[in-house]
Design a protein around this ligand. Structure first.
Ligand code: HGY
Ligand code: MN
Ligand code: MN
Length: 415
């Protein structure tokens, strides 16, 4: 579908976009650590939010914050009158993170708005750029929390009462950093939603492809598992008389490879032993298991295998075992029309592209509950992410942003 003749292609200010990515990426850099750390609702997250707000204000956007701290910058009449085309992602990070995960999509949204501003063109529908709270979910679960609340999938009071891994209450931290807004969750309901993101995986680079047209996103299951055994002396307790929580935990973790079959991914990211002393048999082990699969039935089988393994271990080793479900999101299919629009933009711009599944969770999977949503990926160098070495070349970053701008123009031309 070609653009109407009057919709002159707008110009992307790539230089400002790249400058803002670098500038935001400087926030949260700590001496002696690699990368940046802007974990949700920390002072570093606040500093990143403050800088984003400054950029939104400088663009003359109508900036509003909702009760879970989601930040919305709207160009054009306030989104209240007419549902906006929303471009979103997140600016919170994991620890020792790269500069692109989430930030790229939010700042590319600003670049789209800037292109309209620079051409003194009023979009036919308001454009809202959204930065959702706590997408990573590493301090407060679940992940994608801000967009889940926005989509009505999590009650705001429950979200505000969430206790973090550090024992803090989410609502108190939101107040402390000054981002407990007054806009009710979901008030800015999008007409459509687009998210530009780095792939964070190896596929596009391995195939030498520039643009990923993300058709779907895999299901996610996060559990925190507690094993309770009994402490005893490491030097006096025969192996067959132990109730060793540490040994059981490591046995379960090592068996995850047996569960991770048929495309299932299994990860034990956190592990804590008590009393965590060299000469004491651990009385307690707490660890997390992240299971993912694009197909719900496969994900369920993986969960059942894990549950059976835990029950067997409890029986054989005489330990107590229990599991807390931290996150459970079903696989999501994105909007076919938007995916086709992304494809036609990539074609028009002469960019190679392929349809694909997202391995990572994204805010788009939550917004897909309330509006047509789709994602655009660009390659990650070495498939690396959640790592300071996360990188995508400038020309690929600009290519992705160009596709985003082109898709937005296409969709607004239909308004
Ligand atoms: O866990 C994820 O996939 C995302 O980075 N929150
Ligand atoms: Mn992300
Ligand atoms: Mn991430």
């Amino acid at each position: 579908m070609s653009l109407p003749s009057d919709a002159q292609p707008l110009q992307l200010d790539g230089e400002t976009l790249l400058k803002q990515i670098r500038s935001l990426g400087e926030i949260g850099i700590e001496p002696g650590r690699e990368g940046r750390t802007r974990i949700a609702l920390t002072d570093a997250d606040k500093a990143g939010r403050d800088r984003l707000r400054q950029w939104m204000d400088a663009l003359g956007l109508n900036v509003r914050t909702d009760r879970i701290g989601n930040i919305f910058g709207t160009l054009g009449a306030d989104g209240d009158q007419q549902a906006p085309l929303m471009i979103g992602s997140h600016i919170d990070s994991v620890a020792d993170a790269g500069e692109l995960d989430g930030c790229y999509g939010v700042l590319a949204g600003l670049a789209v708005v800037r292109a309209f501003r620079d051409a003194a063109t009023t979009p036919t529908r308001p454009i809202t750029v959204a930065a959702f709270t706590n997408e990573e979910g590493v301090r407060y679960q679940p992940d994608m929390m801000g967009s889940l609340v926005h989509a009505g999938g999590l009650d705001i009071e429950v979200a505000l009462d969430t206790l973090g891994t550090d024992g803090t209450r989410l609502g108190d931290e939101l107040d402390r950093i000054g981002y407990a807004g007054d806009l009710s969750p979901g008030a800015l309901a999008p007409h459509e939603y687009l998210e530009l993101h780095i792939e964070q995986g190896p596929i596009l680079e391995a195939e030498g492809i520039q643009i990923g047209v993300v058709e779907n996103l895999q299901g996610i299951s996060w559990q925190q598992i507690t094993i309770k055994g009994s402490a005893n002396h490491a030097g006096t307790t025969p192996m067959h008389l132990r109730r060793d929580a540490g040994w059981v935990a490591s046995s379960v973790i090592s068996e995850l490879r047996e569960i991770a079959v048929d495309g299932t991914l299994a990860t034990a990211g956190c592990l804590r032993l008590e009393p965590n002393l060299i000469n004491v048999i651990p009385r307690k082990a707490v660890f997390t298991v992240d299971l993912r699969h694009p197909d719900e039935s496969h994900l369920r089988v993986a969960e059942q295998k894990l549950a059976a393994l835990l029950a067997r271990m409890a029986d054989e080793e005489g330990v107590e075992v229990w599991s807390e479900q931290l996150v459970r999101f079903q696989p999501v299919t994105f909007n076919a029309e938007l995916a086709a629009a992304i494809e036609s933009s990539a074609n028009r711009l002469g960019l190679s592209h392929r349809r694909m599944t997202s391995g990572a969770g994204h805010d788009a999977q939550m917004i897909a509950r309330i509006a047509p949503a789709a994602m655009i990926f660009v390659p990650s160098q070495g498939g690396i992410s959640h790592n300071p070495r996360e990188h995508t070349s400038d020309d690929l970053l600009l290519a992705g942003a160009q596709v985003l701008l082109d898709v937005v123009q296409q969709r607004l031309a239909q308004a």
